[in-house]
Write a protein that binds this ligand. Structure first.
Ligand SMILES: C[S@@+](CC[C@H](N)C(=O)[O-])C[C@H]1O[C@@H](n2cnc3c(N)ncnc32)[C@H](O)[C@@H]1O
Length: 315
């Protein structure tokens, strides 16, 4: 079957949505509606990995809950169901930031952790810091430049392919100083562990992945999780798919995808992005691309004369 022949379906029938995602050769099944309805029709132990970013209750146009209490209550109902549908050995990745109200910051991953850590067989494996160089400038606290991904597994025998996500060694020429291997190269030739701090540009302004959706996460973020945590031909579920970034990552990594989205206009955006990805036309910023750094001769790095105080303060 050619790549473009794989089926991408969008419909509002929960049972059908899951059934389509379950077929091995199909690419993606998008459910237009409330994820709670879809989840209630997903059989126990049937999803390999859940990757999502829920609404943060920050007054975005798509948000219905607006306080931390509502976020907590909604997650108290949702997370046990997410655990139920995840198969033993599978993963749950919850990407989340802070709720900020009247100058007070509440880390929402704390709420997610406090609910999931009480559940049998659920273990937090990493609290990944996703950091990015740009965002709002604040004047009464330090500007926020990270969000987190909580990665939980269901059970202790879980899928984790570190070799699939290794990154180039910082000092490939480094050698052992002591011991029997003295003088030999010390690094793993396959590359190093990418660590739990991931710098990936956020999807703002003129980012190539930007759509009308106000809060996309980068495809690369989901791609690294899928490469490391999803078995071959696994089924990935995003209950709050928004513009379909997780789905695009799935198609690039040849995994099956099931997503839910309440707002019809975001469903349409997701459908378009997934079709493009299925035809090899996805507009993405590759995971491997280095962070932009202007050359020393660029006007961007020339210090204007009225910025001269920076040098004097550093001395
Ligand atoms: C933070 S955004 C996700 C963005 C997504 N990761 C992307 O890259 O585009 C959360 C999404 O969840 C959707 N949503 C909110 N409540 C929902 C529900 N009960 N069921 C399905 N989708 C919901 C919102 O419309 C919004 O698009």
């Amino acid at each position: 079957m050619s790549r473009s022949a794989r089926l991408i379906s969008l419909n509002a029938n929960a049972k059908r949505s899951f059934a389509i995602a379950g077929r091995k050769n199909n690419a993606a099944s998008l459910f237009k509606g409330n994820c709670a309805k879809l989840i209630s029709s997903i059989p126990t132990n049937s999803i390999d990995i859940v990757i999502t970013s829920p609404p943060y209750c920050m007054g975005k146009e798509y948000e219905h809950e607006n306080s931390v209490e509502e976020f907590y209550e909604a997650h108290n109902l949702l997370l046990p169901e997410i655990v139920r549908i995840t198969r033993p050995g599978g993963s749950i990745c919850w990407q989340i930031g802070n709720h900020v109200s009247e100058g007070s910051v509440y880390p929402l991953d704390y709420a997610v952790f406090s609910i999931l850590q009480k559940m049998k067989n659920i273990t937090l494996r990493n609290r990944i810091i996703w950091t990015f160089g740009h965002g709002l400038h604040t004047s009464k606290r330090f500007s926020g430049r990270y969000e987190t991904v909580l990665w939980f597994t269901k059970g202790d025998r879980y899928h984790f392919d570190l070799d699939a996500v290794r990154i180039p060694q910082k000092y490939p020429g480094k050698r052992h100083y002591h011991g029997p291997q003295r003088g030999e190269f010390s690094g793993n030739p396959l590359g190093k562990n990418p660590s739990d701090v991931w710098e990936i540009p956020n999807v703002k302004g003129n980012h190539t992945e930007k759509t009308e959706h106000p809060c996309q996460f980068p495809v690369a973020l989901a791609q690294r999780l899928i490469r490391a945590l999803c078995p071959s031909n696994g089924l990935v579920f995003d209950p709050f798919m928004g513009s379909g970034s997780t789905g695009v990552a799935c198609l690039l990594e040849k995994k099956r995808f099931l997503g839910a989205e309440l707002e019809p206009k975001y469903c349409r955006i997701a459908m378009k992005r997934l079709k493009d990805a299925n035809e090899g036309k996805a507009k993405i910023r590759p995971l491997e691309r280095e962070i932009f750094s202007p050359s020393p001769s660029s006007p961007l790095v020339a210090v204007p004369s009225h910025f001269a105080w920076i040098g004097s303060k550093a001395n």
